[in-house]
Ligand binder design. Structure first.
Ligand code: AP5
Ligand code: MG
Length: 218
């Protein structure tokens, strides 16, 4: 099964994709994670992407489509979860070709329905353990012992450079202008499934599970 998780920044795409990967053995293909890794390693793609990401704008279609193409072959029989891709009409077309070339099809496009204002707070408050990557939030989920990671006891934390209010507003605008317009493309193919992304994480997960298992959403 191959699915797309679609929604604005902070909608919960990464949270749900990580869970689906752990529970179902599907492969999470997050172009944001791939680009951050390229930036951290200083590869040619990373050098090109760094400033664009820090400004909250979209990296070129050619770069992200190539990244997805490279990783898609690693997706086994359980399929792929596209997290943050496609984000433009060109990327949607590229994905269709990449899947067709491998004899794969798209099963569902799951749209996380959210309130953008609430998302700004979700994003600006989040941070992760610098060693193990465990996610935290300054109001929703602090470490049990202040300044110490619950999982690995590290005392260093980090925040994404694009998680400040000004950049988040640009990321939201990019979503509205370039990504939301691809929804009708999938709507016409009968692939869109909507879930309430403002519910708590477990409730969102249950709604997605119901879709993947072919059951009526709770
Ligand atoms: P990317 O990394 O994809 O970022 P994004 O789309 O802006 O989304 P986020 O990762 O911030 O949010 P998310 O939906 O994954 O939510 P999360 O689960 O983390 O892209 C970053 C940049 O890379 C782009 O701006 C662009 O420059 C570039 N890029 C990437 N892909 C590209 C592409 N295809 N084309 C061009 N450029 C591309 O959750 C957010 C927070 O909320 C967390 O703290 C989480 O714990 C919390 N949370 C999650 N679910 C819930 C819930 N149900 N209730 C309460 N809190 C929740
Ligand atoms: Mg994400």
């Amino acid at each position: 099964m191959n699915i797309i998780l679609l929604g604005p920044p902070g909608a919960g795409k990464g949270t749900q994709a990580t869970r689906l990967q752990a529970m179902r053995g599907m492969i999470q293909l997050s172009t944001g994670d791939m680009l951050r890794e390229a930036v951290a390693r200083g590869t040619p793609v990373g050098v090109k992407a760094k400033q664009v990401m820090e400004a909250g704008e979209l990296v070129s279609d050619a770069i992200v489509s190539a990244l997805i193409g490279e990783r898609l072959d690693g997706a086994g029989d359980q399929g792929a979860i596209f997290d943050g891709f496609p984000r433009t009409a060109h990327q949607a077309e590229a994905l269709e070709m990449l899947l067709a070339a491998r004899g794969r099809t798209l099963d569902h496009v799951i749209e996380l329905m959210v309130d953008e204002e609430a998302l700004v707070e979700r994003i600006v408050g989040r941070f992760t353990c610098a060693r193990c990557g465990t996610p935290y939030h300054r109001t929703l989920k602090l470490p049990r012992v202040s300044g110490v990671c619950d999982v690995c006891s590290a005392t260093e934390f980090k925040q994404r450079p694009d998680d400040n209010e000004q950049t988040v507003r640009t990321r939201m605008a990019e979503y509205r202008d370039k990504t939301a317009p691809i929804l009708p493309y999938y709507e016409d193919r009968g692939l869109i499934r909507r879930v309430d992304g403002m519910a708590d994480v477990d409730t969102v997960a249950a709604q997605i599970d119901a879709i993947l298992d072919g059951a009526r959403a709770p």
